[in-house]
Design a protein around this ligand. Structure first.
Ligand SMILES: C[S@@+](CC[C@H](N)C(=O)[O-])C[C@H]1O[C@@H](n2cnc3c(N)ncnc32)[C@H](O)[C@@H]1O
Length: 252
């Protein structure tokens, strides 16, 4: 099958072990921000990606593709009620879940600085030029762990789809960069396995947006792989966490 051949070529001898780890349970950590609030369970690698944005109280932040909202919770906890967070997602159904998560898992004084919106992410660069101190782009991707464990999705997986997603990711990343203030920080992330959706997207945009540079990530989770532009957290070496790719970019 195309999926298995593609990743065998990519990961070589590592693939059988990685494959087994992808079939296993993920490793979630409990996010609970107070008595009487709903806990939210989020992969530890996702927590790392959201924290890598380095949000400080007072920042204006865009979470461009935010639903169902795990990383928005992490960002809101870093703002701790000071600043502004726009949690955006184009999908109406997923946005409902996002609003529910914000309503039920965040304390009222942290929630008051969070706004939910439903714009197409590619529009931010045009309509909100240089508006945000920090932007998280957790891009729509192949979601390979999910695909692997869902036969109906595995059947429609293709290299062509990976390439199509990479084009979409590039458009969203260009928009995010344009919406970032000079001096601002952006984290680009996916849960894809292929570099086509990860480093390659970042490398392409660096050529088109010369004001951007990669800022290396520190305090990586144990076992994480450094890549040319960022880090790849994969479950075979990271205790079941991931897959999560993320790269941090700053605008000069
Ligand atoms: C990987 S998920 C985000 C997960 C989320 N960050 C979290 O931590 O829970 C990607 C999201 O992007 C949204 N999306 C896809 N294309 C979009 C677009 N053009 N503009 C805004 N959101 C988009 C999808 O609806 C989906 O919810």
């Amino acid at each position: 099958m195309e999926f298995f051949d593609y990743f065998t070529n990519l990961f070589g001898e590592r693939w059988p072990v990685l494959l087994e780890s992808l079939k296993g349970e993920g490793r979630a950590t409990e996010l609970r921000f107070g008595e009487g609030l709903e806990p939210y369970y989020l992969d530890e690698a996702s927590v790392f990606a959201a924290r890598a944005l380095g949000v400080r109280p007072g920042d204006s932040v865009l979470d461009m593709c935010a639903a169902p909202g795990g990383k928005t919770l992490v960002i809101a906890s870093m703002l701790a009620g000071e600043g502004f967070l726009q949690s955006n997602d184009r999908s109406p159904d997923r946005r409902l879940r996002l609003s529910h998560v914000i309503e039920n898992s965040l304390p009222a004084d942290w929630r008051k600085v969070v706004t939910v919106s439903g714009y197409d992410g590619v529009k931010f660069g045009l309509h909100r030029k240089e508006s945000f101190d920090r932007i998280l782009l957790d891009a729509p991707c192949s979601s390979d762990r999910h695909v692997l464990n869902a036969p109906e999705h595995l059947k429609v997986w293709s290299v062509k789809r990976v390439k199509r997603l990479a084009v979409e990711q590039g458009g969203l990343l260009a928009s995010a960069i344009d919406a970032l203030k000079p001096g601002g920080t952006l984290v680009y992330g996916t849960c894809a396995l292929s570099p086509v959706e990860n480093d390659d997207v970042v490398k392409r945009i660096l050529k088109k947006r010369p004001a951007m540079r990669v800022e290396p990530l520190e305090s990586l989770p144990e076992g994480a792989d450094r890549t040319e532009c960022g880090v790849h957290i994969l479950p075979d070496r990271c205790n079941g966490c991931g897959p999560i790719y993320c790269a941090r970019l700053v605008k000069e």
